[in-house]
Design a protein around this ligand. Structure first.
Ligand code: GBH
Length: 508
C-alpha cells in the first residue's frame, strides 16, 4: 500500500505519525504512565560510532613491511583517480592511532569500525607466504588502545585492498579455488592475533569489488568485463563462508565466552518506481534491489541467487556447488548495512545489454512527475532521502526474517565543500541535518516496523581518500588539513551525534 506513494508523501506521512506519537507521549506523561517512551528507544547497549577503511586513512604504504595492494597499483596509473592522488599519505592514521582514538573519545563514540590491510599482515597475501610480525603488532596495539579507551572495535577484514601479489598470481577473486583458501588463511591469522575482538566483518560491499573493480573498471583492479563481476561476487561469497566457518569452528568459543559475532557488509540504495502506477516500474524497482543487495543477501539467508538474476544472466551467474551452498547459507550472525541514498527506477522495454549490472532498468533521481528524490551532494550517486533508509531497513528485514542489523556505514558528502574556507567547512549544517534525519528514520523503523538495529556507524570519522574521487570529496565529520600535516578539526556534525544518541538510547 505504501509502495505507490512518492518519498515526499511518505515523509509527510512519517512526520504526521511521529507527531501523533509525540502527542500521545505527552498525554501519557500527564497521566504519569511509567513506561512512557520506552518502546521508542534504541536498546541501552546500542553500539554507535564512526567508520573508516585502511587504504582510505592509513597512508604509510611502505612502512613496517607492508606489501602493495591493488589500490597502490591502480592509483599509480594516470587517469584513474580524479585528482591524480593516492593513499600514499592519506590521513597518516597508521602513525596517528593515538590522535584517532582521542578524537573518537572526544566525540563520545562507543565503538569504532576500521579495516585491516591484508598486505600488512601477509605482504604477498597467500597461505604459503610469510606473515609480517610488525603488521600484526600494529593492529594488536591498536585494539588494546581502543579497549583501554572504552571503545569497542568492529573489524573489517577486507575493504577492497587486495594484496597486489594475489592479483598477479591468480587474478585474486577471479580464482574459485585459491582465493577462498587464501582469504580463510588470512582471516585465521587475524582471528588468532586479535582474540579480544568480538565483532568481525569479512567483506565490505562485495558489489564494489565486483562491478566497479571488474565490470566498469572505475575501481581497482580496473578490469572491464561482462562476465567477471558475477564470478568475483560468487568467489567472495564462498571466501566469506569459509572465514565464517573457520571463526565459528576454531575461534568463537575461545574468544571471551563465545559471544563473538561475524557477518558481511552489503551496500544497497533503496528504490521507488519511476511511475508508481506502472506495474512494470514497480517490478523494475524490486529487480534493481535484487541485483544490488539480494545478489549477496539471498545466497546467505535463502540459499541461492534471486530468480531475476538467473533469468537475465543465465550461465554467466555461477551456480553454487552443494559444498559452496552449505558454506554460504546461514553464514551471517548479523546483517551489516551500508546505506546512503535512494533512486527512482524505470523499466526498459528492450532486452538487457550483455554488460548490464542493474537489472535492465534506468536508475534516476527524478520520477515521472518530475519530483526529485533529494538535494545534490558532491557525489554524483548520492542524494539524501531519509525515508528510503527506513524503507530499506524494512525491505531487508521482511526478506530475511528480521535479522539483527548493524548499520555499518551512513553519511554524506556536501556539494562544493572542498572549495570553502576551513571555518565554513566546520559549519556543516547539511551533514548535521542528514544524520539527524537518517538516524531518526532508522529509529522509526525500530519503533514502528519492528526492525532490529543494534548499532550505527557514521561514514566517516574523518575526511579521507574517497577512492576514484580522490580527496576533493569529503565524507568526514572531521576536517583533515592535508596540506598541513593531516591535522584534524571536528566539524559541527562530529559533535552532533552524541547528543542525538543520548536522546535516542534508553537510559541504563
Ligand atoms: C562506501 O561505498 C564505501 O564502503 C566507502 O569506502 C566509501 O568511502 C563510502 O561509501 C563513500 O563513497 O560513481 O556511479 O560508478 C558506497 C558505495 C560504491 C557508491 C561505488 C558509489 C560508485 C557509483 N559506493 N559507487 S558510480
Amino acid at each position: 500500500m505504501r509502495k505507490d506513494l512518492a518519498p515526499d508523501l511518505l515523509r509527510l506521512k512519517q512526520k504526521e505519525r511521529n507527531k501523533s506519537k509525540k502527542e500521545k507521549e505527552e498525554e501519557e506523561e500527564e497521566q504519569g504512565e511509567e513506561e512512557k517512551g520506552i518502546a521508542s528507544m534504541l536498546p541501552k547497549d546500542f553500539q554507535w560510532g564512526f567508520a573508516t577503511a585502511a587504504y582510505q586513512i592509513e597512508g604509510a604504504v611502505d612502512q613496517d613491511g607492508r606489501g602493495p595492494s591493488i589500490w597502490d597499483t591502480f592509483c599509480a596509473q594516470p587517469g584513474n583517480i580524479a585528482d591524480g592522488s593516492s593513499g600514499v599519505t592519506a590521513c597518516d592514521s597508521y602513525n596517528r592511532t593515538a590522535d584517532d582514538i582521542a578524537l573518537l573519545k572526544s566525540l563520545g563514540a562507543r565503538s569504532y569500525r576500521f579495516s585491516i590491510s591484508w598486505s600488512r599482515i601477509i605482504p604477498q597475501g597467500g597461505r604459503g607466504d610469510a606473515v609480517n610480525r610488525a603488521g600484526i603488532d600494529h593492529y594488536r596495539r591498536f585494539v588494546d588502545d581502543l579497549l583501554a579507551a572504552g571503545i569497542t572495535p568492529f573489524v573489517t577484514l577486507f575493504h577492497w585492498d587486495l594484496p597486489e601479489a594475489l592479483h598477479q598470481r591468480y587474478g585474486g577473486p577471479l580464482d574459485r579455488t585459491e582465493f577462498p583458501l587464501d582469504f580463510e588463511n588470512y582471516a585465521r591469522v587475524v582471528f588468532a592475533a586479535l582474540p579480544k575482538v568480538r565483532n568481525w566483518i569479512t567483506f565490505n560491499e562485495p558489489l564494489c569489488s565486483a562491478i566497479p573493480g571488474y565490470g566498469s573498471g572505475t575501481f581497482a583492479p580496473g578490469r572491464q568485463s561482462a562476465s567477471e563481476p558475477w564470478i568475483v561476487g560468487h568467489n567472495i561469497l564462498v571466501a566469506h563462508g569459509r572465514a565464517v566457518r573457520a571463526y565459528r569452528d576454531d575461534f568463537k568459543a575461545a574468544a571471551g565466552g563465545g559471544d563473538g559475532q561475524i557477518g558481511i557488509v552489503l551496500n544497497g540504495d533503496f528504490t521507488y518506481p519511476w511511475d508508481a502506477a506502472d506495474p512494470a516500474d514497480q517490478e523494475a524497482a524490486q529487480r534493481r534491489l535484487e541485483f544490488f543487495t539480494a545478489w549477496f543477501g539471498d545466497p546467505i539467508y535463502l540459499g541461492d541467487y534471486p530468480a531475476s538474476m538467473r533469468k537475465q544472466l543465465g550461465d554467466r551467474l555461477p551456480a553454487f556447488t552443494p559444498e559452496e551452498r552449505a558454506l554460504v547459507r546461514g553464514s551471517n550472525d548479523f546483517y551489516g548495512m551500508n546505506h546512503y541514498t535512494s533512486n527512482y527506477i524505470r523499466h526498459r522495454s528492450s532486452p538487457a545489454a550483455a554488460d548490464d549490472t542493474v537489472g535492465n532498468v534506468d536508475v534516476l533521481f527524478h520520477n515521472k512527475q518530475g519530483n526529485c528524490i533529494g538535494p545534490e551532494t558532491q557525489s554524483s550517486w548520492l542524494r539524501p532521502c531519509p525515508v528510503g533508509f527506513r524503507d530499506f531497513l524494512v525491505w531487508i528485514s521482511k526478506r530475511y526474517g528480521y535479522p539483527r542489523i548493524y548499520v555499518t556505514e551512513n553519511g554524506t558528502s556536501i556539494k562544493g565543500e572542498s572549495d570553502l574556507p576551513r571555518d565554513k567547512i566546520l559549519d556543516d549544517d547539511f551533514r548535521v541535518k542528514y544524520y539527524d534525519e537518517y538516524i531518526r528514520a532508522m529509529v522509526t523503523a525500530v519503533e514502528l516496523d519492528g526492525v532490529d538495529v543494534r548499532g550505527y556507524f557514521a561514514w566517516s570519522l574523518m575526511d579521507n581518500f574517497e577512492w576514484a574521487d580522490g580527496y576533493v570529496t569529503r565524507f568526514g565529520v572531521t576536517y583533515v588539513d592535508y596540506e598541513n600535516g593531516q591535522k584534524r578539526f571536528p566539524k559541527k556534525s562530529a559533535k552532533s551525534l552524541k547528543p542525538l544518541f543520548d536522546e535516542l538510547i534508553a537510559a541504563a
